[in-house]
Design a protein around this ligand. Structure first.
Ligand SMILES: Cc1cc2nc3c(=O)[nH]c(=O)nc-3n(C[C@H](O)[C@H](O)[C@H](O)COP(=O)(O)O)c2cc1C
Length: 314
């Protein structure tokens, strides 16, 4: 695995971009978020995939899923709503057709999984024990499938699920949390108590768009998940609260599009970040941010991302 690229270092700056998330070591803190980067193949013509800190392919489920009825996406001010409904070909197709390609990129691949029940989550976590991956992200936060967020809004269910997946899985486990809760701190603590190596947050914020002339929702799934710059303040707040409540590493997600956004998430308490919606309108964003990161860290007077994590002055 490549640990750094000469391009990751601006002349005259000695910044070490590598980050450690518990057992998971990443060459840099810039990852791409599940569902916004396909299975990476689609993005290969546009960016140098080998420079990413990590890739999270589209969430896989045990069985193939057709996803929700159209329309599935709507543009909103400073963001988008989606109601994809975890459209994917199932875990066996992923293992046969997508993982071999991803595993050859020389970048940590964190597989995202979603079960339709507790036992299915555990089976999915176990299914990757005989292949090489960087880790597993448990998507307990999808608002667009029935029971998609059950394990992300109930602390007891969350802790038990993470604990049983922990027992079953050989790889580092990341619990991906939903912002659609009263107390993100409580759910973050539950994931930590269950043995998560890290938490990632946030998934999309539940929302809606209406065509009043037709008196219909603009999404086939009625409601959808809001993402993009519109949700960045919510995501920052969630990361800050989760960081204050836990000791495990945090991956910040939500509206990140520029190096300034990345720096804000690090200060709030994130150890790494995932870029999501920006991949649709600026596929090169992750590499642009990565190129700009050493200078921004130097401007902050730190020699590594870790030095900036959680340095919010209160
Ligand atoms: C079209 C679309 C599909 C998504 N699919 C998934 C998914 O399959 N699994 C998942 O964990 N998150 C999924 N997400 C959520 C993103 O990974 C991310 O958590 C969220 O969009 C917030 O980040 P952003 O504002 O940078 O997009 C999806 C988001 C979008 C916009």
């Amino acid at each position: 695995m490549k640990t750094s690229s000469p391009k990751d270092q601006s002349p005259g700056l000695s910044v070490d971009l590598s980050v450690r998330l518990g057992r998971l070591k990443l060459p840099n803190p810039i990852l791409v978020a599940s569902g916004t980067f396909g299975y990476a193949r689609e993005m290969e013509p546009m960016i140098d995939l080998s420079r990413l800190g990590g890739i999270l392919p589209k969430t896989v489920t045990w069985e193939p899923r057709a996803g929700n009825a159209p329309w599935r996406t709507v543009e909103t001010p400073a963001g988008m709503l989606n109601s994809i409904g975890l459209d994917n070909d199932g875990v066996e197709a992923f293992l046969a057709h997508h993982l071999p390609y991803l595993a050859n990129l020389g970048v940590p691949v964190i597989v995202s999984v979603a079960g339709s029940s507790h036992d299915e989550f555990v089976r999915l976590a176990e299914r990757f024990n005989d292949v090489e991956i960087g880790g597993i992200e448990l998507n307990i936060s999808c608002p667009n499938v029935s029971s998609g967020v059950d394990f992300g809004i109930d602390c007891g269910l969350c802790e038990k699920l993470v604990a049983d997946c922990r027992q079953a899985a050989r790889w580092p486990l990341i619990a991906k949390l939903t912002p659609n809760v009263t107390s993100i701190a409580d759910v973050a603590q539950a994931a930590e108590a269950g043995g998560a190596d890290a938490i990632s947050l946030v998934n999309t914020c539940q929302g809606m768009a209406i065509d009043w002339r037709k008196r219909r929702s603009m999404l086939g799934g009625l409601f959808g998940g809001l993402s993009g710059p519109a949700i960045k303040p919510i995501a920052l707040r969630c990361v800050c609260q989760a960081a204050q409540a836990t000791k495990i590493p945090i991956i910040g997600i939500g509206g990140i599009a520029t190096v300034d956004d990345v720096m804000e998430f690090l200060v709030a308490g994130a150890n790494a970040v995932q870029l999501g919606t920006v991949n649709f309108y600026n596929p090169g964003a992750s590499i642009e941010v990565l190129d700009a990161l050493p200078a921004a860290l130097a401007e902050a007077g730190v020699a590594s991302p870790a030095e900036l994590v959680g340095t919010l002055v209160r």
